[in-house]
Write a protein that binds this ligand. Structure first.
Ligand SMILES: Nc1ncnc2c1ncn2[C@@H]1O[C@H](COP(=O)(O)OP(=O)(O)OP(=O)(O)O)[C@@H](O)[C@H]1O
Ligand SMILES: [Zn+2]
Length: 756
């Protein structure tokens, strides 16, 4: 049976905690035709898998609305709560250009737009004020009623006053009870609203009308505060989405036209004026200028780019007018993929989070049962006063709300993900953060990770009777089809020397060893001296010479054919400037770093000694996999994890084998999907930064869980003992939620680059 379910997305607003998302999930998954439900708190996204032909979206939207949340199809503006304004970036004008003011490439000079700095406000993201929302109106309603009741109480006999409080409480709790009722009808008896309603009505029963009215008001205030805090945590993700301009200047035969950026197609040419944000991933075809990629990669220094260089959507063109050829569809932009990754990461739950989820599911009913016992047992068993113990039981009911506990983990994780994304550190979710925090060993790929990955030819050693140019031409011929860094080095040198590579046939790569091809009737091999020696291709003098070059930290390849050796080519790849410092930082974090390389042992040792880390050289790709397996077995014994850092291009298997595979540098574009994490800048120092961020996040989560549980525990005891009352209970509950969210927000300002 071939049935194609389809996926649809909505934006759901007003969810402040994981209890809210659970409510939505459980209500929607019961609807006919719904097979898969995902609700993301921080991105406010509802994703449903619907049966073929299922279009009853009205029922879905109606259901969510009944629960008290706002909903709109993805891309439509949904009712919001706060104004969201992108921080003003000096010198960056908005993408709105006055009609007729579109400059041509020739006319657009440096600073064409200077002096006109606007604040970028995305109208779709313009939120409503808190007091416009249902929760906000509840605050005003309950607060107003409470004030009136107090006035009545002051000015009239006590009897009338308590009637005023009764009325205030009943009217105030009505909207809450309605939401509780809606959830109850969808099979969810225990929600914060139902607890609240029971507590308010119970307080009325025992004659605590004034306090009941106050509790309803404080509950409403708490809801608004929670919403504000949750929204703050979301801003990070929204800021990313707001980076890409909505319009682009498309070049057409009829001139330059302003078009929606999301309608661009590959191959079109767009104009990017100085000061503008780049609207799309593309390649420069004309113009040279500094590109500030900090919004995308976190790299703060603008890089000078010219024709042929790639640029990312969302980066800022700082000085010159540029003409770009569109190379990626807008949906496939690097920034779009980063946003998707952060969003999906937020939905991927960490083990800790799953545990808390399970815990809180059984927790609500347990709280209700305990509260019932507190109310019933003392009066029945010991003849204690009913109203005293009812009061204490109700307080316990309010304390029992698990909101703070349930939001503690996702709030920290969402903050950490946004904080990381801002700095070009991407992690795919809570599970990755948890594993990264536990890393005790890191395996580094050498080429392109610890080194620049752009070796240069240093020595050409032709065999007697062979000309340098001939050696280069033949080696270049074999390497012509290869993207291996060594091949590129040889080809660059050939082109610099004006040597045309020989024409080669049947080129074959020998992974971890070299390459071979047919040239002029001979089978030519370009190989590591070690592999060449296995062929018996090198004489003693050549072996000595290769060893001497390798001892200088160079990578040597031998070029030979069955009839004899043609010579040696030595190349050198410089370590990245910050690599040694990064390794030192890792060591101070208690992490053991090892370099894995296919390169020769002597050269590898020279580089490793310079950087101060262990090395395992002359490894074939499968050896690297085995080494990571060993390291994992070793680390897990002590509860540690193994991280592998590579450029993501040819080491994807090794990245997958590690507990945490991290793709680093420019190749990450390719690796975003396969690696667990990515470091967008070419910086080794971002590796310790990633570890620090992960550890800080786990620390933050521990603080949050302790804070939530601790506050609850303290007030649980004081409520049962009758030391604190109903309104303290509700304050403690929402207070804990707000504190936990604020604590999580501290991660947004956490600078993982700083050693502490
Ligand atoms: N295309 C090639 N041309 C010449 N030599 C090659 C080529 N491919 C591999 N080799 C030889 O095999 C060795 C190992 O190559 P491999 O690709 O496994 O490692 P690498 O990528 O150079 O280094 P690392 O493991 O640090 O990334 C190289 O040092 C080189 O001697
Ligand atoms: Zn809640």
């Amino acid at each position: 049976m071939v049935s194609q379910s389809h996926r649809r997305e909505w934006t759901v607003t007003g969810m402040d905690c994981a209890a809210c998302t659970a409510k939505v999930t459980r209500a929607v998954e019961r609807l006919p035709g719904v097979s898969g439900v995902r609700v993301a708190l921080m991105t406010e996204r509802l994703t449903l898998d619907l049966a073929p032909g299922e279009t009853a979206t009205e029922t879905i939207e109606e259901t969510v609305r009944k629960l008290g949340f706002g909903i709109a199809a993805k891309g439509q503006p949904a009712p919001r709560k706060r104004t969201f304004v992108l921080p003003d970036t000096p010198g960056v004008p908005t993408e709105k250009h006055p009609a007729g003011a579109v400059p041509s490439l020739a006319g657009a000079g440096r600073g064409a737009d200077h002096g006109q700095t606007h604040t970028h406000v995305n109208p779709a993201e313009r939120d409503r004020r808190w007091y416009d929302t249902a929760k906000g109106r509840l605050v005003i309603l309950t607060g107003g009623l409470l004030a009136v009741a107090w006035a009545v109480d002051l000015l009239t006999p006590a009897e009338t006053g308590s009637w005023a409080f009764l009325l205030a409480c009943l009217i105030g709790v009505a909207p809450v009870a309605a939401r509780a009722w809606a959830a109850l009808r969808m099979g969810q008896p225990f929600t914060i609203e139902s607890l609240m309603t029971i507590a308010a009505l119970g307080a009325l029963l025992i004659g605590a009308a004034e306090e009941a009215a106050l509790v309803v008001f404080l509950f409403a205030v708490g809801e608004v505060l929670e919403g504000v805090a949750a929204n703050r945590a979301r801003d990070g993700i929204r800021a990313l989405a707001a980076l890409v301009p909505k319009t682009a200047l498309l070049e057409t035969p009829g001139g330059t036209r302003e078009v929606p950026a999301d309608g661009l197609v590959i191959g079109q040419t767009v104009l990017v004026r100085p000061g503008d944000r780049v609207p799309v991933d593309g390649e420069i075809v004309e113009g040279v200028g500094g590109i500030d990629e900090s919004p995308v990669t976190g790299e703060s220094l603008p890089r000078t780019k010219g024709p042929g260089d790639p640029v990312f959507a969302g980066s800022i063109n700082t000085e010159a007018a540029l003409r770009l050829r569109v190379t990626k569809t807008p949906a496939d932009n690097t920034i779009a993929r980063i946003i998707r990754l952060v969003e999906e990461a937020e939905e991927a739950r960490a083990p800790t989070e799953r545990f808390i989820d399970r815990f809180s599911r059984g927790y609500m009913p347990a709280v209700v049962a305990i509260a019932a016992l507190v109310i019933i047992v003392p009066p029945l068993a010991f003849g204690a006063d009913w109203s005293t113990w009812t009061y204490r039981g109700l307080a316990l009911l309010l304390i029992g709300c698990p909101c703070a506990l349930v939001i503690s983990v996702p709030a920290s994780i969402a903050s950490a993900l946004s904080s990381g994304a801002k700095r070009g550190l991407l992690m795919k979710g809570g599970a990755v953060i948890e594993a990264a925090a536990k890393v005790t060993r890191i395996a580094f790929d050498k080429t392109g990770t610890l080194t620049h990955g752009r070796p240069a030819v240093t020595d050409l050693v032709p065999a007697p009777g062979v000309a340098e140019a001939e050696l280069l031409a033949i080696a270049g011929g074999v390497e012509a089809g290869s993207s291996h860094p060594l091949a590129q080095a040889i080809l660059r040198r050939a082109s610099e020397a004006g040597v045309t590579p020989a024409i080669a046939t049947d080129i074959r790569a020998l992974p971890g060893k070299g390459a071979e091809a047919g040239i002029g009737g001979d089978r030519i091999q370009v190989m590591s001296p070690r592999a060449a020696a296995e062929w018996g291709a090198l004489d003693a003098a050549a072996i000595d010479r290769a060893a001497a070059l390798e001892a200088e930290g160079k990578t040597v390849v031998a070029v030979f054919r069955p009839r004899g050796t043609l010579g040696l080519v030595a190349m050198r790849d410089e370590p990245r400037a910050d690599a040694a410092e990064a390794i030192r930082q890792l060591r101070s974090l208690g992490i053991e770093a090892t370099m894995l390389t296919g390169d020769n042992a002597r050269a590898a040792a020279v580089i490793a000694t310079g950087l101060g880390l262990d090395v395992r050289a002359e490894m074939l790709p499968e050896d690297k996999l085995a080494a990571i397996g060993e390291m994992r077995a070793d680390a897990t014994r002590t509860g540690g994890r193994v991280m592998m850092i590579g450029d993501g291009i040819n080491d994807a298997p090794a990245l997958r084998r590690a507990d945490v595979g991290v793709a680093m540098g420019s190749g990450t574009d390719v690796a975003l999907e396969t690696a667990d994490a990515a470091i967008l800048r070419d910086r080794v120092a971002d590796v310790p930064a990633l570890i620090r961020l992960a550890r800080a996040t786990m620390g933050n989560i521990r603080q949050n869980v302790a804070l939530a549980l601790g506050l609850k525990a303290v007030f649980l005891v004081t409520s049962v003992l009758g030391i604190t009352g109903l309104w303290i209970a509700i304050l403690a509950d929402t207070g804990a939620t707000v504190l936990v969210t604020l604590n999580a927000l501290r991660l947004l300002g956490y600078d993982p680059a700083r050693e502490r």
